[in-house]
Design a protein around this ligand. Sequence first.
Ligand SMILES: [Zn+2]
Length: 313
Amino acid sequence: MGLFKSSDELLEKGLDLVEQKEFAKAQDAFEKSAEKAEKKGEKEVLVLSKALASIMALSGQGRTYQNLINAQQALAPLGEKDIKIGLKTIKASVLVTECAITAEELSVQGVPTTSDALVQRAGRLQSIGVKFQTQIGNEALFFPALFSNKNETGIQRSMRLFAESQENMAEATVWDDPKKAAEYYQNAVNYWKQAGDAAGESRGLSKVDQYSLSVKCWFCGREITGENVHFFPMNSEVTKLLAKTNSDSPLQSANGAGNYIFACRGCYSAISKKADEIAIGYHNIAMSRITDVQNNLQAQINDLRNALNNHRH
Ligand SMILES: [Zn+2]
């Protein structure tokens, strides 16, 4: 009987498999249903089967830009029709919207390092976030719910995108204006909070602390803001007597426990570059000694070999 299933039966079988979360098998059933419907000229079943197959292709590793565009195009002919997938019934047009915005989200690739590219990326994330906010809003996103049992609304997704956008702005700004960068991170923290992402929130808060911290360089006395960008902590031993010598400035040049000092990027990089040069100098001396020893040994081996050969002849 399995050999002679009609396109309708295959479609039903596929829908059962979706309920069982067997997405790959369901995709197979929908593709077979589409094939059969095409042969028999059953247009409606053909369109529906193709659309359902393209949705199943989005499960697991299939959540790619191209697969989302494919699903968007396969769903478009269904217009305002309701379709039943798994336990949910949803308008095809709603899924078209989710496919289109999610594809756009995936098209924003990895985080760049130049300021201009960061600002550009921040702008794109912001505008995609607005689309999730206005076009999907408080409705739950369909695909995360179906494939990952994840309940996320359009608003929540938009908050994540706004947070990331603010973080990109912070990284684009920190070289010129660390205090402004700390403000961007504070905005990001507020968005992470609204998205319900505690990890993002605490990551952002530690950046707020770092980028807003001002110290006085232990070496040159410059006052500088922006930890790990414009100044760095360096391991040291600061006695209580030494710590007192900075009492005229409200800014710290060492931590309270006295186990590290702060160095501006200029002093820090001069010291670390010099230390590298010295280390390379010693490395070169050691390597040349090793080469001498090797050459010596090789010469002795050659002598022994010659002696042995002369002895044989
Ligand atoms: Zn300095």
